[in-house]
Design a protein. Structure first.
Length: 128
């Protein structure tokens, strides 16, 4: 979690100060979207860490959610970084376009798993 947060800060600062003169406004906006979503999901992973071990939550679902968030950051934010920087690095990265939505699906799955993490009470406990 700490590494993802530190990378988000570093990438955001690099975008704001190092890339402003190198990228078109559209490419810079794409890059900033990657940073923003990396931050959002780094905070979400922090929430999962804080919730870990709570008896009313399914910890397996929390781990699955965290994994989905990490994969989402790598695929969604990572592909946006590379797509935005193609003017700078000159690599053919058009194939990454379809990868970005896959990362988004991992983000959605992570949130869905977090939603499903609370344990339901067994019926016999509801009557006592």
């Amino acid at each position: 979690m700490g590494l993802l947060g530190a990378l988000a800060v570093a990438l955001g600062a690099f975008g704001a100060h190092g890339l402003k003169s190198l990228l078109t406004p559209e490419a810079l906006a794409t890059y900033e979207t990657g940073v923003r979503y990396q931050f959002y999901h780094t905070f979400a992973i922090g929430l999962l860490v804080a919730l870990k071990g709570k008896s009313w939550l399914n910890n397996k679902r929390l781990r699955q959610s965290a994994l989905c968030f990490v994969l989402g950051i790598v695929l969604f934010s990572g592909s946006l970084y590379l797509l935005a920087l193609r003017e700078v690095h000159g690599l053919a990265v058009g194939f990454l376009g379809p990868i970005t939505p896959v990362g988004g699906v991992f983000f959605i799955a992570g949130w869905a798993l977090l939603f499903l993490a609370p344990r339901s009470e067994p019926k016999e406990n509801l009557l006592t």
